[in-house]
Write a protein that binds this ligand. Structure first.
Ligand SMILES: [Zn+2]
Length: 399
């Protein structure tokens, strides 16, 4: 799906069925761009010229249809609407642009959110339910989308793409002027460049979203908490492309580490008593690194998982999960024998108190372990209620 200018107008070539609408709206969903390669360097993102309004025209054209396919955020989604209103109060819109802020729910059970250039934020119902009653998770979702609108990323992306089609020079001077136009001759290179550009816009929206959250009273740690929940559901990892280099969420958290610090300082300055902030206390956030596996003897392995926990008072449970549910679950029941807990799961509790805690499992091969159907596949870190705080892949055990 592409937007194509004809006589100064934007026309949409494909029929506006539901999935194509989502593609039009971009777009800047947290989930579409991130599978692309890491930005090796900062690309200059195009500034939107004063009189540019193709983005607003496109939004006006698409709005009626999108309205019929979504609902006002009320009832069970009222928490989201309240958070949205609170975030919008903090916004200082750029001069000369008028946004019509509203939030809509798309009832399709998907785990995504996207924004229209006019200020309408669409949250798909799967993601809305994942946020549930957590004002902080709602703030993490919405602040990122609001940042895309304020930055006019739809327009930036459009201008970047035009620059791409024009061979990197000509009337629209954008991006990196030193970029050789030949790079656009190769469609593979062009999509790699677009992927990098897209990723960079995601990170910039993340950064601005973090500051918006902090000002409105939601701790920035709700962002990695959301990323980890999505990662545990396999979102952001199963859209791997030729250009994918790393699991998206870990990399994104890593690249944002400085932005988290800056936003946390701002939050603490404005909300010295965390519990009294609109988002309440910051959530427990667990960063689990890639496990290392060592074979100690012919039937014995040692698995080490380095972890870092934030805001934890109490303990978390680390589970080596065996079974076919690889990367698809957000909750693991504590009781072995339930639907999601595999009978071969191995568990241990940790207070995770040091800045770098290492959990060690010593595993002995058993007859059951020989069955190829039940290898250990994932490491999950759970809170006391069984909610997944982190997930990471377990490398294959050497035979
Ligand atoms: Zn985004």
């Amino acid at each position: 799906m592409q937007l194509e200018p004809i006589s100064g107008e934007v026309t949409v070539r494909t029929a506006l069925h539901k999935s194509s609408m989502r593609t039009i709206l971009l777009m800047f969903s947290s989930l579409l761009c991130c599978a692309f390669a890491a930005a090796q360097q900062d690309l200059a993102t195009p500034e939107v010229p004063d009189k540019f309004n193709l983005d607003m025209e496109a939004a006006a054209r698409l709005n009626p249809k999108l309205m019929t396919q979504s609902n006002a955020a009320s009832g069970r989604y009222a928490t989201g609407r309240l958070v949205f209103e609170r975030l919008v109060e903090q916004i200082r819109a750029p001069a000369g642009v008028k946004f019509t802020w509203q939030m809509r729910i798309v009832d399709d059970d998907e785990l995504n959110a996207y924004s229209s250039p006019d200020g309408t934020i669409y949250v798909e119902s799967g993601l809305a339910r994942l946020a549930g009653p957590s004002t902080g998770l709602w703030a993490a979702i919405l602040s990122h989308e609001i940042a895309h609108v304020l930055r006019r990323d739809w327009a930036r992306r459009y201008l970047y793409q035009k620059n791409l089609e024009n061979g990197g020079g000509s009337a629209i001077v954008l991006g990196d002027p030193s970029l050789p136009s030949a790079s656009w001759a190769s469609s593979e290179k062009a999509s790699a460049d677009m992927g990098r550009f897209c990723r960079q816009m995601e990170l910039e929206a993340d950064r601005e979203g973090l500051m918006l959250m902090a000002r409105a009273g939601y701790h920035p740690d709700f962002v990695p908490a959301l990323h980890h929940l999505l990662h545990a559901r396999g979102i952001g990892t199963n859209r791997a492309t030729l250009y994918a280099m790393h699991p998206c969420w870990e990399e994104r958290d890593h690249e944002l580490s400085r932005a988290y610090v800056v936003a946390s300082i701002e939050f603490e300055r404005r909300w010295p008593e965390f519990y009294a902030s609109p988002g309440g206390n910051p959530p427990v956030v667990v960063f689990a690194e890639e496990p290392t596996v060592r074979k100690n003897s012919s039937k014995e392995w040692e698995i080490q998982i380095p972890m870092h926990c934030q805001n934890l008072a109490g303990a978390v449970e680390v589970v080596l999960h065996a079974g076919p549910t690889h990367g698809k679950i957000a909750r693991l029941a504590h009781l072995p024998g339930s639907d999601e807990a595999g009978p071969d799961d191995v568990r241990q509790l940790t207070g995770c108190t040091s800045p770098r805690t290492t959990i060690t499992f010593s595993l002995v091969d058993t007859a059951a372990r020989q069955k190829p159907a039940a290898p250990w596949t994932d490491v999950y870190v759970l809170d006391a209620w069984g909610t997944v705080l982190a997930r990471t892949d377990l490398p294959k055990l050497p035979r």
